[in-house]
Ligand binder design. Structure first.
Ligand code: NAD
Ligand code: 0WE
Length: 261
């Protein structure tokens, strides 16, 4: 029997078959979960419907996380269709392009900062707040995606690093508040993966190669690696884990004095 048998999961953040959210959806489906999906805009609708179909789901809904009415509408629909919810997966991050190139102090702007934090951090708290009534008292779990730039200064990641730091703090505050309601909240800090969000990032190829020569496992990670960890963290097998950031990065983050061996 799969580790998510009988669980109902909402997946936010599918944009293509390379999306981390897609890898998570496939793993959760394999483990027996029933899935619902959201798409950011009409352009992504058909792609998201495709994975929904592949995972036996017919529940797909529009959701731009900047829009409070759309957030409410998603949980209204889930209440009508399912009555309850066990899992929320948040795999959304965005900053205006001009914010994630060049030196932080040269490019940061008030509006760029606001958008990065709204879309990449506040949106997780907003989903937690709106989803909680449906998840209360049934061993629910929420999961988000972070990156090492939350806790280390990295070239070009800039205000996204601040937004991920805020997101990781959000994981701890949400875990603290929702734990008494039977809801666990965790994050996965994934190594670099070539998704749409990584397309056009200059030197991304070099970053992947750096990980492949430096990480203890001497490889980069895949959406399947992240998906499997996500399925575990949202399952009852992880019933004692909340408020944690789990690194799925082939061990990259634990290395010091890289490159001498
Ligand atoms: P992706 O482009 O496939 O997914 C990003 C998703 O964010 C897309 O589905 C997009 O539609 C959604 N999104 C952006 N703005 C939105 C909005 N206003 N409303 C609703 N949805 C919105 O890329 P990905 O790499 O799978 O990213 C998923 C998560 O993983 C992000 O939080 C990202 O920061 C994180 N992450 C990515 C990597 C990597 O190297 N790819 C590494 C660590 C963490
Ligand atoms: O979180 C991310 C990507 C986040 C992201 C990507 C984009 C591209 C398109 C946020 N906003 C946008 N805005 C766009 O217009 N990652 C962890 C992948 C990533 O992005 C980087 C990285 C890595 C790794 C940006 C600079 C440096 C490294």
């Amino acid at each position: 029997m799969g580790m998510l048998e009988g669980k109902k999961a909402l997946i936010v953040g599918v944009a293509s078959p390379r999306s981390i959210a897609w890898g998570i959806a496939e793993a959760m489906h394999r483990e027996g979960a029933e899935l619902a999906f959201t798409y950011q805009n009409e352009k992504l609708k058909s792609r998201v419907e495709k994975i929904a179909e592949q995972t036996g789901s017919s529940l797909t809904m529009p959701l731009d996380v900047a829009d409070d009415d759309q957030i409410d509408a998603v949980f209204d629909t889930l209440k009508n269709e399912w009555g309850a919810l066990d899992i929320i997966v948040h795999a959304v991050g965005f900053a205006p392009r001009d914010q994630i190139e060049g030196e932080f102090a040269d490019v940061v702007s008030r509006e760029g900062f606001r958008i990065a934090h709204d879309i990449s951090s506040y949106s997780f708290a907003a989903l937690a707040r709106a989803g909680r009534p449906l998840m209360e008292g049934r061993n629910g779990a929420m999961l988000t995606l972070s990156y090492l730039g939350a806790v280390r200064a990295m070239p070009s990641y800039n205000v996204m690093g601040l937004a991920k730091a805020s997101l990781e703090a959000g994981v701890r505050y949400l875990a603290h508040g929702l734990g008494p309601h039977g809801i666990r909240v965790n994050g996965i800090s994934a190594g670099p993966i070539k998704t749409l969000a990584a397309a056009g990032i200059s030197k991304f190829r070099a970053m992947l190669e750096h990980v492949e020569t430096t990480a203890p496992l001497r490889r980069s990670v895949t959406i399947e690696d992240v998906g499997n960890t996500a399925a575990f963290l949202c399952s009852d097998l992880a019933g004692g884990i909340t408020g944690e950031i789990t690194y799925v990065d082939a061990g990259y983050n634990i290395v010091g004095m890289a490159g001498l061996d």
